[in-house]
Ligand binder design. Sequence first.
Ligand SMILES: Nc1ncnc2c1ncn2[C@@H]1O[C@H](COP(=O)(O)OP(=O)(O)OP(=O)(O)O)[C@@H](O)[C@H]1O
Ligand SMILES: [Mg+2]
Length: 288
Amino acid sequence: MMKRDDQAMSQLAALEQGVVDPEAVLSAQRVEKTYRSGTRALDEVRLDIRRGEFVSLLGPSGCGKSTLLKMFAGLEEPSHGHIRWWGKSLATVGASDHTLAMVFQEATLMPWASVAQNVRLPLDLRRMPRAESDVRVQDALRLVGLDRFHEAYPRELSGGMQMRASIARALATRPNLLLMDEPFGALDEFTRNKLDADLREIWSRQDLTVVFVTHSIYEAVYLSSRVVVMAARPGRVIADVPIEAPGAGGMRDDAFRISQEFMGYCKVLSDYLTLANREGGANDALDH
Ligand SMILES: Nc1ncnc2c1ncn2[C@@H]1O[C@H](COP(=O)(O)OP(=O)(O)OP(=O)(O)O)[C@@H](O)[C@H]1O
Ligand SMILES: [Mg+2]
């Protein structure tokens, strides 16, 4: 009995000192964000993301998904609380096996540069020797299925291919942590499904942790090992749902998309989203 109390006390002490799960690649510790406009975008978000997870943030518009992702990328600072990367602050993390990359909703390619030049940009910024960056660019473009498009210009590519180039640019830096903010939101459903499948394949073949923002329940279930559901006003986490890999080999293929298991997860998440909308809506009414 005594022992259990001691354990609980030391866990509490660790929490208070901000000691995080040693496996956590990313950790949000009671993170709050109030913008200067007064908008309370996030309220006491606690979230640990462990190495190798594929975590989706799912929630209605305005619930703070992009705000949280931007903080994970170090582009915004919390108003209260802390973000930790591999247990450290951004200023002290710095090892070469602790790297992150971000992919936005738009492909954000330089229109005057070829696909290969676009993908090479972050490597040039790091002053990587050309021989090494050539290999990286080639590998990244192969991974996303754009081997034959090195010399093409963005305007010559379809929306889906532009997104592939944007993902290649992130992968060329060989990140351990990939942050993606609705990367396929603007694509048609068929292209999106294809890119989802390819992304899942890329993730499963390497030591990569992904945090992926989406509005789509189907996309979240298909891709993720865990789905974090958020509600708005103020933005907060309302559910954390592990998506157990289906089938013998844990395959997420087209058959998975129409399986009972898949539909079951969609139903669970849909119920949480209904709750999220109702709660956001209720607070909305109070605002007026
Ligand atoms: N730079 C900013 N300044 C002031 N308010 C902001 C800023 N960025 C976001 N907000 C507000 O913070 C809240 C959360 O916004 P955020 O963009 O993080 O939501 P989201 O979940 O990504 O929404 P969406 O699904 O529409 O992309 C919203 O009310 C939004 O208007
Ligand atoms: Mg957003």
